[in-house]
Design a protein around this ligand. Structure first.
Ligand code: UDX
Length: 459
């Protein structure tokens, strides 16, 4: 099939490349001429594992092209995806002007029987509103509008597309359902289930799915706080409840609070929709507040860990999760400014997200390797679960640090792995662990360290 993808952002590029992988001919369109010029040279503007290779392969095979000329590409397309941005306003409601703008531009260009597919995450009723808009502009109802939400995680988007848990097809007419079924037919052959429903239901599925996943995270984070107080271990609790197939283990990793481009924005939009229909989504409203408060509380916990004013903290990881350079709503954006405000010097490291972080939160010093960031630090804080951090040589870290505390917000280590190097280990959902007298003596014998911090720090 001939596909046009409007919007060469994260979702548009990944979906476009993956539709080419399914055998379709895809043209990705963007109004940013510079971006298109770079993409034509196979320079991919975002970091997503495997995406550059996939794009290059399909460009060479002639299945994937980039253009800023919608008027030339649209008339040949059987399906035109709209994957443009939907920024939030202060209430959490999303701004649909780019979606409407793209649909209005498309309306006179596309052939009869073409299907406009809304890929952008939009609130219930949007596809129907767009269908009316397109019909009004064209003066006929020959063009169809469908909804096909994406469930791609940054960092594993290609796998999430090609081995999807399900494809949700929102179609209010038979032509839309047929075209979308044909587009995704190779996935159906691989056994991926299809949910074919109305456009409104498809739009609700997207928000309800993200809200539910975010609630799982918010729930386990509160359980983690209880575990810390009650001398439990949140990982054991998550395992114990996660093996119940009705619950499932996924998305039960306690951490610094969720971030990223989707959960914070989508939960706010879902809550705003609830308010608009006078059906408040109280659980989600509370979740949003608790998640924000968690990040602020974390900053306070780190400051308390220093046990005194000022000092120096190494922050490892500023991306909202590993394998991405995205820092939107990441814990680091709350924690770093709070530490700086408290007069603490911050020395940061992230394998991919330095530039994006520096743009949003200036004031931290940066190092190219985690060990350099740890040098002379009074405390070391891990905010992102990069594999490199899980493999840190803690003995070396211990030798480099001035203080003794590691605050690990991703539970990358077993407590004894940290304490045996004479370090205090503060993690999530477990009591802080301090080195035993023997471990302290061993380290003192090695001639390094300063135990005053441990003595001063709250247990
Ligand atoms: C999410 C959804 O997973 C995806 O389906 C949707 O299309 C877009 O939003 P993404 O934002 O890329 O994807 O990342 P995800 O892996 O879901 O993580 C979101 C946030 O939750 C991150 O901050 C992550 O660190 C946090 N998280 C996730 C946890 O704290 N614990 C978990 O168990 C899982």
């Amino acid at each position: 099939m001939n596909v046009v993808m409007i919007g060469a952002g994260y979702v548009g590029l990944t979906t476009g490349a993956c539709l080419a992988e399914l055998g379709h001919r895809v043209v990705c369109i963007d109004t940013d001429a510079m971006k298109i010029a770079r993409l034509k040279r196979a320079e991919v503007p975002i970091y997503e594992p495997g995406l550059s290779e996939l794009i290059r392969r399909h460009m060479m095979a002639g299945r994937l092209a980039f253009s800023d000329d919608l008027a030339s590409a649209a008339p040949q397309a059987d399906a035109i995806f709209i994957a443009v941005g939907t920024p939030s306003d202060d209430d959490g409601d999303i701004d649909l002007s780019y979606v409407k703008g793209a649909a209005a531009e498309l309306a006179p260009l596309v052939k009869s029987d073409a299907v406009i597919v809304i890929k952008s995450t939009v609130v219930a009723g949007t596809a129907r509103m767009i269908a009316n808009l397109v019909a009004e502009i064209r003066g006929d109802s020959d063009v169809h509008v469908a909804s096909n939400p994406e469930f791609l995680r940054e960092g594993s988007a290609i796998g999430d597309f090609l081995e999807a848990d399900r494809i949700v097809i929102g179609a209010d007419d038979a032509r839309s359902a047929d075209v979308l079924a044909e587009l995704y037919a190779p996935l159906r052959k691989k056994g991926v289930p299809f949910v074919t429903t109305t456009t409104t239901n498809a739009e609700l599925v997207k928000y309800a799915a993200n809200a539910f996943l975010a609630l799982k995270i918010g729930f386990i984070n509160e359980v983690a706080d209880l575990c810390e107080a009650a001398d439990g271990d949140v990982a054991a609790v998550a395992e114990g409840i996660g093996l119940d197939r009705r619950i499932g283990r996924a998305f039960l990793n306690a951490g610094p609070g969720f971030g990223g481009s989707c959960f914070p924005k989508d939960t706010r939009a879902f809550a705003a929709t609830g308010r608009r229909y006078r059906q408040p989504q109280t659980l989600v409203e509370t979740l949003i507040q608790r998640n924000e408060a968690r990040k602020a509380k974390l900053a306070a916990k780190i400051i308390a860990e220093l046990g005194r004013k000022g000092g120096r903290v190494a922050v490892l990881g500023t991306a909202f999760k590993s394998n991405t350079d995205d820092v939107r709503d990441s814990a680091a954006l709350t924690v770093i400014p709070a530490l700086l405000d408290a007069g603490i010097a911050v020395v940061a490291h992230d394998p991919k997200a330095r530039k994006a972080t520096e743009r949003l939160v200036p004031g931290a010093a940066w190092r190219d390797c985690p060990y350099e960031a740890a040098r002379d630090a009074d405390a070391l804080v891990i905010l992102t679960e990069w594999d490199d951090y899980a493999r840190l040589d803690l003995r070396r870290i211990s030798g480099l640090m001035a203080g003794r505390s590691i605050v690990d917000c991703r539970n990358l280590f077993a407590p004894h792995e940290v304490t045996r190097h004479g370090l205090k280990y503060v993690s999530i959902g477990r009591r802080p662990a301090t080195p035993t007298t023997r471990q302290k003596a061993k380290r003192a014998g090695a001639g390094a360290g300063n135990w005053s911090d441990i003595a001063a720090a709250p247990a």
